[in-house]
Ligand binder design. Structure first.
Ligand code: RB5
Length: 144
C-alpha cells in the first residue's frame, strides 16, 4: 500500500514521526513536502496529497497542519476525497469503518505522537463496513 504524506510548516516535525511509523509497519510512503519549517501555504500540500489519492497514484493519504482544519478543508475540495480530521484512535477507526475516509488529517499542535501512532494503527486495521454506510457515503457529492 502506498501512502502520500504532506503537511505545512507546522506539521513538518510530526510528519517525520508519521513517515517513520509507516516505514516500521511496512507501508511505502511518499513525502510530498514541505521539507523545512519555512512558512508555506497548507492548501498547496493538501492538494498534492489529495490529487495523488484521487488519481490513484497513492492508496491513501496523511496530512498535518497546525490544527488539521486547513488541510482537511482543502483536501475535501478534490473530487473523490474523503478527508477526516482525527483527534484520537477511536475517530481513526470510525473514519474508516463508517466514512470510508481516504485521507487522515492530524493537528500537529494539539495531538501528541502517541495519539498519532495509535490512530494510524487503528486507521490501517479498520475496514469500511459498507451497507448503510455505503449508501450515505455515496450521497457525499458536490451538489451545488
Ligand atoms: C499555520 O500557522 C496554520 O494556520 C496552519 O498550520 C493550520 O492550522 C491551518 O488550518
Amino acid at each position: 500500500m502506498k501512502i502520500a504524506v504532506g503537511s505545512d510548516h507546522a506539521g513538518v516535525e510530526l510528519k517525520k514521526t508519521v513517515i517513520a511509523w509507516l516505514e516500521k509497519n511496512g507501508y511505502e510512503s511518499e513525502d510530498m513536502g514541505p521539507y523545512t519549517e519555512e512558512s508555506v501555504d497548507y492548501p498547496d500540500y493538501a492538494q498534492k496529497v489529495a490529487l495523488s489519492v484521487a488519481g490513484g497514484l497513492s492508496d491513501q493519504g496523511i496530512l498535518l497542519c497546525g490544527t488539521g482544519i486547513g488541510v482537511s478543508i482543502a483536501a475535501n475540495k478534490i473530487k473523490g476525497i474523503r478527508a477526516a480530521l482525527v483527534f484520537n484512535p477511536e475517530f481513526a477507526t470510525l473514519a474508516r469503518q463508517h466514512n470510508n475516509a481516504n485521507i487522515i488529517c492530524f493537528s500537529a499542535r494539539f495531538t501528541d505522537e502517541d495519539t498519532i501512532e495509535k490512530s494510524l494503527r487503528n486507521w490501517f486495521t479498520a475496514d469500511f463496513e459498507g451497507g448503510r454506510h455505503e449508501r450515505r457515503v455515496n450521497k457525499i457529492e458536490p451538489c451545488c
